[in-house]
Design a protein around this ligand. Structure first.
Ligand code: SD4
Length: 332
């Protein structure tokens, strides 16, 4: 379907008026590529090595789905990444419990939540998608499914994290849901969410995390919830979230970003509107960070977050590196 600029703007403003939002004005080049344009985008600096693993697959003609799985497995396996997989912070009771989900261009989705003892929850999520009639498995059921399908039971709490947890308990064991705020680094920080576009123009996404540090045992965040931590629609694009999962869940943030792109917003505008939705609905939002990244099916990308300090990793043929996300609260 071809749009003139005028009909595009008209349909966009109508769509926005329909959902009661003011049109944001952002001068932002769309960075959209042509046919066969490859791109991978992911949250935080651990996205850099993750993007490299994903890129290798894309470059060899592999699928976006294989790329995002391989990409996020890098931080999942890294003991120095304290918020994803193996090296993740434990919950209040000292247990590492993991959340992950994956989604492809056809809208197929798989997810695991509150999974223990498995280093690569993203691969279990993919198996849920491909081998079961379900979307989501949790807790002991997810573990049983993983073990039955050849995954190894592993000890996830690293000695460093055990030490941190003990120190935290000694300090009084207070849980703080204020996460991803840059002055508080090394506590409670950084899910990886990744989106990629392959040579066939197919888009896929993955999201994996150990969730909030010292959360209540049994707590599940946004990251494994389809539409909250991740959403992909092959006709439009995809989005992922990082930050305070409760705020993302209550606004179904990633789904909202994709729907806003469907209405005609570019990825950055859509992320900003999803941030605005959180701000409107959550009076205590200043105490939180949420960051969104989004990718449309033409390779246009963008991001927005609540407060300064969120960055994302980008890889295309022209660019490899980190980009700073624009923040709603400019100064902190
Ligand atoms: C959660 N959204 O479990 C995750 C945490 C996170 O960057 O993204 N940290 O709420």
């Amino acid at each position: 379907m071809s749009f003139t600029r005028r009909s595009f703007l008209k349909s966009t403003s109508l769509a926005i008026a329909g959902i009661g939002l003011a049109r944001p004005v952002i001068a932002n080049p769309l960075n959209e590529g042509g046919d066969g344009y490859l791109i991978v985008i992911s949250t935080w600096d651990h996205g850099l090595p993750a993007n490299e693993a994903a890129w290798k697959i894309l470059e060899e003609g592999g699928t976006a789905l294989d790329a995002v799985e391989a990409g996020v497995k890098v931080p999942e396996a890294d003991p120095n990444v304290s918020t994803v997989g193996y090296g993740g912070f434990p919950d209040k009771s000292g247990k590492v419990t993991l959340d992950a989900c994956i989604m492809d261009h056809l809208g197929q989705a798989g997810s695991v939540a509150f999974l223990q003892h498995i280093k690569h929850p993203i691969s279990v999520a993919r198996l849920v998608m491909e081998k079961t009639p379900h979307v989501m498995l949790t807790g002991k059921g997810a573990l049983k499914f993983a073990l039955k399908n050849g995954f190894k039971k592993e000890k996830l709490l690293t000695p460093e994290m055990k030490k941190e947890w003990k120190k935290w308990k000694k300090r009084g064991g207070q849980f703080k849901p204020t996460i991803n705020i840059e002055d508080e680094i090394n506590t409670n920080h950084d899910t990886i969410g990744m989106l990629a576009l392959d040579a066939d123009g197919k888009i896929a996404g993955a999201c994996t995390t150990s969730g909030m540090a010292y959360k209540l045992h049994g707590r599940v965040g946004d990251s494994p919830i389809i539409g909250a931590g991740l959403y992909v629609d092959g006709e439009v694009g995809g989005a992922v979230a990082t930050g305070s999962g409760e705020l993302v869940m209550k606004t179904l943030g990633s789904f909202l970003v994709v729907e806003l792109m469907r209405s005609g917003l570019n990825p950055k505008e859509a992320c900003l509107e999803a941030v605005r939705r959180i701000i409107k609905k959550n009076p205590g939002y200043e105490q939180h960070q949420v960051g969104y990244i989004a990718l449309n099916k033409k390779g246009g990308y963008g991001s927005f977050c609540i407060q300064k300090g969120f960055h994302y990793a980008l890889k295309t043929n022209q660019f490899t590196g980190l980009k700073e996300s624009e923040a709603f609260l400019k100064v902190r």
